[in-house]
Design a protein around this ligand. Sequence first.
Ligand SMILES: Nc1ncnc2c1ncn2[C@@H]1O[C@H](COP(=O)(O)OP(=O)(O)O)[C@@H](O)[C@H]1O
Ligand SMILES: [Mg+2]
Length: 315
Amino acid sequence: MEKLVHSAKKHNKGGGPSLWVTASGKGGAGKTFVTSSLAITLTKLGYSVIIVDLDAAGANVHTALGQNPAPVSLRNWLEGQKDLAGIVTPTNLPRLSFVQGLWDSWCPIELSVENMRKLAAELRTLRCDFVLVDLGPGATEAHLELFRGADEKILVSTPEPTSIEKTYRFLEAYICSTLRDSARPEAFEDLLKTLREHRHRRHKKPFSFRGHLREHEGFQIDHFEALSRSPVRLVINACRSQVNAELGYSMKSVCSKYYDLGLDFLGALDFDNAVWQSVKNKEQVLIAQPFTPLAGQFLAVCKHLIAPEELRAVG
Ligand SMILES: Nc1ncnc2c1ncn2[C@@H]1O[C@H](COP(=O)(O)OP(=O)(O)O)[C@@H](O)[C@H]1O
Ligand SMILES: [Mg+2]
């Protein structure tokens, strides 16, 4: 791989770290794998990265990275004992640290919207180039709060129908959450009612956000244009065929047709047995096997997300 270092200019124009949030409609789609792989790829490009494990029910970033659970965790932050910087734990990999999630699940904590607002502000103050957040599965209000505010919003789906369906449900929840803020309350309630009716198949035609916004008052006319300024990105993970890999394009056109949402298909990621085998060996696959097609696919994703002028080749 070409060796690159971080140029003086930050990816995030605001000055703090750039915030990438990885989400999925369904558990097991590969969020943790994708987040840890993106993080490792970014460190290979010369950036410093902190991964934050926000899967409240299934925190396992440490396992995916081949690390032991850290002595301090998000629990210390949630309970007010430490600030966020105080729970960042270095790994044995260069330029990579992580925030241990809630792995002591005998004492569960519900992550609230309020928690997320506070967290989002503190994440921006961390000293690194990129903060990558691994969200739990599904579209809770707390998830959507953080997802909406991210610099990069990355959805992970597998090619399985169960995962694809949940990806669409996540996108609908995301769109609704953005409309709730900008639409007139009665127009928003009416939209939810229509959406529910469609879910119960009381209408023949599939629901179209584009159509609904055109035909009803109370919405901002340029809502979807505003959303497209920070597009949702999609990766199809664990692909076993070309047909699997091309699914991203079909999903992109469904989103455009029915949601008026310009989904950005980042690409397909191979299914590779080495992924789980390397977890067993306590080594992330891109460290154990750095020159595979999978490693190339993650590099392509990162290069797509970072402006070319911000990557500087050395040696
Ligand atoms: N591309 C892949 N190829 C092979 N196995 C994968 C791939 N992506 C994920 N896995 C495996 O699938 C399981 C679920 O992945 P994980 O990242 O934990 O999902 P999530 O975080 O969305 O619940 C893990 O055992 C992981 O090692
Ligand atoms: Mg996970």
